[in-house]
Ligand binder design. Sequence first.
Ligand code: MN
Length: 206
Amino acid sequence: MFTQFVLPYNYDAFEPYIDAETMRLHTTKHHASYTQKLNDLAAAHPEFFGDKSIEQLLANLTVAPPEIQTTLRNQGGGFYNHNLYFEQFTTVPTQPAGKLLDIICRDFGEFAAFREQFNNAATGLFGSGWVWLIQTDDGQLKICTTPNQDSPIMPGAADITGAPLLALDIWEHAYYLRYQNRRPEYIDAWWQTVDWRVVARRLGVV
Ligand code: MN
């Protein structure tokens, strides 16, 4: 049974950056739907799912039975990506600090350069998808994008793969009610909600 991340905050906690109705629909409709369909797939294919974690399932996507690969990719990716996304919201503004900041500066020069590169990836991604800060197998931090609900832990889904540290949802359902076509305004607002303590924990430097 895959369990949707339970919000430790209210839907309106991120006004005016992210509006309450978007948070409500995003969690109770979109994320809930991915989760339900993933659980339906698991119930229908216990021989493949076994007791694998979602990370193991997505990393093994290409060896899943061919008839379930598309559903696992879309619904499993949607479940996993949104758990990462909703976990990293905070109402207490934070900034990257300590070892996390050191590693960002090591790999991007400075924090502002990292943020600019991330913003450029987000505004430049055509259609629906995600922007990621990941840690590659050799320990480097990199920015990558994935289409649809693909995830950087899926083999071949991005030009580089790795462990997700920071996830930005740029499907229109994440911002259209408040920002309509103004994706850059959503991205600017979203930065105000990022919990860098969660990012540091994912990197293992806390
Ligand atoms: Mn979404």
